[in-house]
Design a protein around this ligand. Structure first.
Ligand code: ZN
Length: 338
């Protein structure tokens, strides 16, 4: 947990009281919790007004139901579950149409609530979903946030279809490694970027048809070359400022850029002439609906999607694990075992 915002040294390993549950909540005995960039932004104080202090991070949780509230009907103690990371009211027009993350009362577990870097966490009972039988707790924890995000970006937002080409920036990240797999399930061709040869090799193993080193190679030129001049129909971006201009130059006419985050900064220059002449679409994306997560999980049951676990750490080493993420040393999800 952290009591004030700052670097990894602000994380402390402490005993806290077991969370209380209300009548519609379940208490989860956490077995694994995966890291996200959100954890680092929360600790660093980005949008600090949203973060309850003292704060326990952790949005990607798997474990067992330890206790259920008096009105909970869908779970019993002992159920093996993973946690859908978004909480919404379920009553507004956005929730009713599957746009949970536009709900006015939308909250991300472990970001705007206390999360899973702990032995126990309380969550609404509808957020606890059964774990596909073939997944371990560490694998299950590495699925929800990134696969939900990648699915929502490529299907609901960008409408990526079979035969199209998608450029996936940052294949080593959790969301990038998820996007490669989701794009292949959809029948698309994938060009993936990463910062070193080892990560490029792993991206190819996940299904990327072509890979480009975004530090040493000219990404737009490579995209043009491997597509025989056609360029990418969809650009999958979560980096923002550092990749924006190269994304614009990599897009085919009528191309769609879909973005879910800005790990490199949020300011970019847009030449509007590119947008209208080439009829580009620029799309924002934020999390996704619980229905989409249920859909994604079916692909884990039949093995068409696979969790990508980078490394597993004891909870007490959360600061070291976060440092690995901040240095971009990982490929896939960094997981805490609890
Ligand atoms: Zn709502």
């Amino acid at each position: 947990m952290f009591r004030e915002f700052g670097g990894p040294d602000k994380l402390s390993y402490e005993d806290v009281a077991e969370p209380k549950i209300d009548e519609y909540e379940v208490l989860i005995r956490v077995r694994a919790c995966a890291l996200n960039h959100l954890d680092i932004w929360a600790r660093g104080g980005t949008r600090s007004e949203r973060i309850p202090l003292p704060h326990i991070s952790g949005s990607d949780i798997s474990g067992e139901v330890a206790r259920v509230g008096s009105l909970v009907k869908n779970h019993k103690p002992g159920d093996k579950v993973l946690i859908a990371p978004g909480i919404s009211d379920g009553t507004c027009k956005y929730c009713a149409t599957g746009w949970d993350s536009l709900c006015e009362s939308y909250k991300i577990i472990g970001y705007e609530t206390q999360g899973g870097y702990a032995q126990y966490v309380s969550v609404p009972s509808q957020n606890a979903l059964p774990i596909p039988d073939n997944l371990t707790h560490e694998e299950a924890a590495s699925v929800p946030l990134v696969f939900l995000t990648a699915w929502h970006m490529l299907t609901t937002r960008a409408h990526l279809t079979a035969g199209e080409t998608v450029l996936v920036w940052g294949a080593g990240s959790g969301v990038g490694s998820a996007a490669i797999q989701v794009a292949k399930v959809l029948g698309a061709k994938v060009i993936a970027t990463a910062g070193n040869d080892e990560k490029l090799e792993k991206a190819r193993k996940l299904g990327a048809d072509w890979t480009v080193n975004h530090h040493s190679q000219d990404v737009p030129a490579e995209v043009k070359r491997v597509t025989n001049g056609q360029k990418a129909n969809v650009v999958f971006d979560h980096i923002g400022q550092a990749t924006w201009e190269r994304s614009m130059r990599s897009m085919a006419p009528a191309g769609r850029l879909v973005n879910c985050g800005v790990t490199s900064g949020g300011k970019a220059e847009i030449d509007i002439r590119y947008i209208f002449v080439r009829q580009f679409s620029l799309m924002g994306s934020y999390m996704g609906g619980r229905g989409e997560l249920l859909k994604v999980l079916t692909f884990f049951e039949d093995g068409r999607l696979k969790p990508v676990v980078d490394s597993v750490w004891p909870l007490a080493d959360a600061a070291k694990a976060q440092t690995r993420m901040e240095k971009s040393e990982h490929f896939g999800k960094i997981v805490l075992k609890i």
